[in-house]
Write a protein that binds this ligand. Structure first.
Ligand SMILES: CC(C)(COP(=O)(O)OP(=O)(O)OC[C@H]1O[C@@H](n2cnc3c(N)ncnc32)[C@H](O)[C@@H]1OP(=O)(O)O)[C@@H](O)C(=O)NCCC(=O)NCCS
Length: 206
């Protein structure tokens, strides 16, 4: 599948482009309130590292679209397609799983100016709907630090994911970060959850 665009109630989830490297670097990984929250899976140790991380995450998303038919999106307001510098509120989608996670790993980040408006929840809900409606994925997983990612834990619960336990994520225990909360949802649970909530998002025609 090419890189699809999703439409939610308020947003477009569109492909991540090279022009988004600067957004990902400045608004996500380079923001002192955000970058460190990606901890062990994003190098934010210097301005060059931040740009490299932003480029790497976009390349990984697009490589997964090319080979697996799933990936990640940039989030922009609906109705802003005509703006040449396509607006960027944040990103959301699926990335290669980091050990010991084995399945599509959900990740997102929202630019700080837009926190608290339900953007991450709306985007994560649409991303999960895409995964289970348009691909043959059996489940999605992710992790949150139990104390520094409380907002993210709430987003995952609102998007239908469930706490499965705690895991040593990418060497988090040896690195002194302790155990991470492990969230997941499988296809059957998602179908039940979707039937009871019926969130609205749709795949736009190419
Ligand atoms: C976590 C993040 C994605 C949330 O984005 P957002 O668009 O503001 O999220 P939403 O508005 O959809 O929902 C946030 C929820 O978390 C709650 N929340 C936020 N901060 C919280 C905190 N410190 N403790 C408890 N709950 C918190 C909000 O009240 C809201 O829940 P509610 O709707 O029940 O009131 C955003 O803050 C972010 O980008 N953080 C840094 C990156 C990050 O942590 N990514 C996830 C890595 S695991």
């Amino acid at each position: 599948m090419n890189r699809p665009t999703l439409e939610t109630q308020r947003f477009l989830l569109r492909s991540l482009e090279d022009s988004d490297i600067v957004h990902m670097a400045e608004l996500i990984f380079g923001d002192p309130d955000i970058g460190w929250r990606f901890g062990l899976v994003a190098d934010t140790s210097s301005p060059d590292a931040v740009v490299g991380t932003a480029r790497h995450w976009i390349e990984e998303a697009n490589s997964n679209w090319a080979t697996g038919g799933w990936g990640a999106w940039a989030i922009q307001p609906r109705g802003s397609n005509a703006i040449p510098e396509r607006p960027f509120l944040g990103f959301c989608g699926f990335f290669d799983p980091d050990p010991p996670i084995e399945n599509h790993e959900l990740a997102y980040g929202i630019a700080k100016a837009h926190w608290g408006q339900g953007i991450a929840t709306e985007a994560a809900t649409a991303a999960l709907a895409f995964l289970f409606q348009e691909t043959e994925a059996r489940q999605a997983e992710t992790v949150c630090h139990p104390t520094i990612n409380l907002g993210s834990s709430r987003v995952l619960q609102k998007a239908g994911m469930r706490l499965r336990g705690q895991i040593d994520y990418c060497g988090s225990v040896a690195a002194g970060h302790g155990l991470f909360n492990h969230f997941g949802i499988d296809r059957a649970d998602w179908l039940n959850w979707h039937a009871s909530t019926a969130p609205s998002s749709r795949l736009l025609p190419e």
